[in-house]
Write a protein that binds this ligand. Structure first.
Ligand SMILES: Cc1cc2nc3c(=O)[nH]c(=O)nc-3n(C[C@H](O)[C@H](O)[C@H](O)COP(=O)(O)O)c2cc1C
Length: 333
């Protein structure tokens, strides 16, 4: 067999690039910053696995948000591959006999990244969940349409809640969800386990710098998740709410495949926003309480399945959160 490489042969991805690409994938948002993913690379293909030991058994017993989080990491992997001049052909759920194997990505050398792809990658490094105030500019109609389009391109649906009456009712449902969860000891214990104290060396979980001591409870705004739980950990300055644009990310049906697509849609939307210095607060409590999630669906008069609530606005920056080292999430085989 002739193993020599000619000019026309595609170059395999170098190990340094493999590690770099996985590092970028890991910058994705994940529920409670659990980073519930594992990657393998065999020289030409990445496999993405759900790390179910990092699942939230109380708040997310079906692993829906775990898979959404992995979908977001998968989208970042695609963006990072393009940045280094490669492209990935993605197969979702490639092997039904391996339920934790969520996606395979065949890697091929491709053209150098274009300007739009480089801008998208720059947004990937800038994107963070924004739990502080937004500035008082309203989202432009153009950006609103771009975010809708971004979700659509990945098979997701972004449903804006502009009508004041509908907004009020969605906020009521969100507050009801927050109260239901506040009374659930298992959910409370899970939040405590994923919110290490200030100064902790942990590279996962929501850091104290990302939330404030008192969660927002204004009826005019989505309730913030109570990460502090009266422990006095929160270090984010308390602020008056500036509500931002409210939207629901939804999927056509509610199976693992839809969650993977919705996760990719989520990240594509967030990167489109970050390109314009718009960021989002993510609110998933409402979709975690079954009867309230069903009520939200009725309120939106949609056959789609709500996955998350998002609140968008412009902000100068958003707090950085830690990530696990690449060696913890990547295996070269
Ligand atoms: C599926 C999912 C659900 C989330 N739910 C919430 C939430 O209810 N409240 C919140 O403040 N952040 C939520 N987040 C944001 C995560 O806490 C955040 O992504 C994580 O802490 C990492 O921080 P980063 O997004 O700034 O990189 C969610 C993210 C994902 C992907």
């Amino acid at each position: 067999m002739n193993m020599s490489t000619t000019a026309a042969d595609p170059r395999p991805l170098r190990t340094t690039d493999v590690r770099w690409v996985v590092e970028q994938a890991g910058r994705a948002p994940s529920v409670h910053n659990t980073q519930p993913w594992r990657f393998t690379f065999d020289g030409r293909r990445f496999d993405l696995y759900a790390d179910t030991a990092r699942g939230l058994t109380a708040a997310d017993p079906d692993g829906r948000e775990l898979v959404l989080s992995c979908g977001a990491a998968l989208y970042n992997l695609r963006v990072a591959l393009r940045k280094v001049g490669y492209s990935g052909t993605v197969t979702l759920l490639p092997d039904r006999s391996q339920p934790r194997l969520l996606a395979s990505v065949e890697v091929t050398e491709s053209s150098p990244a274009g300007a739009a792809e480089r801008r998208e990658y720059a947004a990937l490094t800038r994107r963070h969940t924004h739990r502080g105030p937004f500035d008082d500019r309203v989202l432009t109609a153009e950006l609103t349409a771009q975010l809708y389009q971004a979700a659509d391109e990945e098979g997701g649906q972004l449903i804006y809640v502009f009508d004041p009456g509908q907004r009020r009712r969605v906020l009521q449902l969100a507050h009801a969800a927050e109260q239901a969860q506040a009374a659930d000891e298992r959910v409370a214990a899970e939040i405590s386990a994923w919110t290490p104290p200030p100064g902790s060396p942990r590279r996962d979980g929501v850091p104290a710098s990302a939330y404030s001591i008192d969660p927002i409870v204004s009826p005019d705004d989505l309730p913030s998740r109570d990460f502090d739980r009266l422990r006095g950990f929160g270090r984010l300055a308390r602020h008056d709410p500036i509500p931002g644009v409210l939207a629901v990310l939804a999927s056509a049906s509610d199976l693992q495949l839809d969650w993977l697509r919705a996760g990719q849609a989520l990240e594509r939307v967030l990167l489109a926003a970050a390109q314009q210095w718009a960021f989002a607060a993510v609110h998933s409590a409402l979709a975690e309480v079954h009867n309230l999630r069903a009520e939200l669906r009725r309120e939106l008069c949609t056959s789609a399945h709500p996955q998350l609530l998002l609140r968008f606005g412009y902000a100068p920056d958003a707090a950085v959160t830690p990530r696990r080292p690449v060696d913890d999430v990547l295996q070269l085989i």
